[in-house]
Design a binder for this molecule. Structure first.
Ligand SMILES: NC(=O)c1ccc[n+]([C@@H]2O[C@H](COP(=O)([O-])OP(=O)(O)OC[C@H]3O[C@@H](n4cnc5c(N)ncnc54)[C@H](OP(=O)(O)O)[C@@H]3O)[C@@H](O)[C@H]2O)c1
Length: 286
């Protein structure tokens, strides 16, 4: 989801440079020897690592795969980058935090993940810090975008199929549009940012409020009943932090950038891609 937006943004931001996008068909980061060979052959100046096993409940059920992809896969990417002296940009998550702070998390706050996905991504961060000089770790959250499965597409699909939707109302975060995040990543690279940065759209909400906004903006609020429920009622295998809002001040200080509010970004996304998201047969938008 993020990778495809990122390739587009980088093509426009760096017209004189070559931008190469690889998916799992071109590089499986669980296959270490092959991955090292492929990366060293390309010898990139900058390696942006967005590949991950992102199914949070899947990670809970398959811890071995979660660590093989998110931790050991990242180790392999970091090792290859250090051999080529490439700069590494690694995408990480708000799920490295436990949510107990109840005020926006800064980069200096101590991580304490509650689930396997968060632990595996945190170990990925540690490998990047150990193995490459000047690495950039970007933590983000609650992504949606034009490509790939996401909450917005799922709510619209379910609203077409069901009479009532139950949505969790006890987790607070900042929904983030991949197009906005991709631009922020490009800007952080331009500023040669190093270390950890928190990047998300501004303002906060619960998944329930986010769901209501999606339906409202799509003119579907009267077609489906929305019921607020607790995380416990939903009973997902992986525990999520109840509060994972970011403090993005460091991004502003380094680049002058503050991402627009999540509601503005959502409006823009729905207006731009309504046709793609609304068409259930259009696989490009999922
Ligand atoms: N989505 C979110 O809400 C969120 C929140 C915080 C952080 N992040 C982080 O942001 C980054 C991008 O997320 P996203 O939502 O764009 O994820 P995504 O759509 O799931 O993309 C991840 C990609 O990695 C690929 N992949 C999985 N295993 C791989 C392997 N062994 N080798 C190579 N590629 C592999 C996946 O391929 P398949 O689809 O074929 O498995 C998928 O194309 C990830 O690092 C994620 O951890 C995401």
């Amino acid at each position: 989801m993020l990778g495809r937006d990122l390739v587009g943004v980088l093509h426009s931001s760096y017209p004189d440079d070559e931008v190469v996008g690889w998916d799992i068909e071109e590089i499986d980061i669980q296959k270490q020897e092959e991955s090292l060979f492929r990366i060293e052959k390309l010898r990139p100046d900058i390696l942006i690592h967005v590949a991950a096993y992102t199914d949070v409940d899947g990670c809970e059920r398959n811890e071995e795969k979660a660590f093989a992809v998110n931790a050991e896969g990242t180790k392999c990417v970091a090792l290859a980058a250090s051999r080529c002296r490439a700069k590494v940009v690694y995408l990480s998550t708000d799920y490295v935090f436990d949510g107990n702070k109840m005020e926006p998390y800064a980069e200096s706050d101590l991580p304490h993940p509650l689930n396997v996905y968060g632990r595996s991504k945190l170990q990925g961060e540690q490998y990047v810090q150990e193995l490459v000089k000047n690495g950039l770790i970007i933590r983000t959250q609650w992504l949606y975008g034009r490509y790939g499965k996401n909450f917005v597409a799922s709510i619209l699909q379910q609203a077409r199929e069901k009479k009532a939707l139950s949505i969790v109302n006890d987790q607070i975060g900042s929904p983030t549009y991949t197009a906005d995040l991709a631009k922020a990543i490009s800007v952080l690279i331009q500023f040669d940012a190093q270390g950890i940065f928190h990047v998300a759209n501004s303002d906060r909400c619960t998944w329930y409020a986010f769901g209501q906004a999606i339906l409202n903006l799509s003119g579907m609020m009267n077609e489906v009943k929305v019921i607020p429920i607790s995380s416990e009622e939903l009973g997902r295998p992986a525990v999520r932090p109840s509060y994972s809002v970011f403090n993005c001040q460091k991004l502003k200080e380094k680049t002058g950038l503050t991402l627009r509010s999540w509601s503005e970004a959502l409006k823009d996304y729905l207006a731009t891609y309504r046709k793609t998201i609304d068409d259930p047969d259009n696989s490009e938008g999922r």
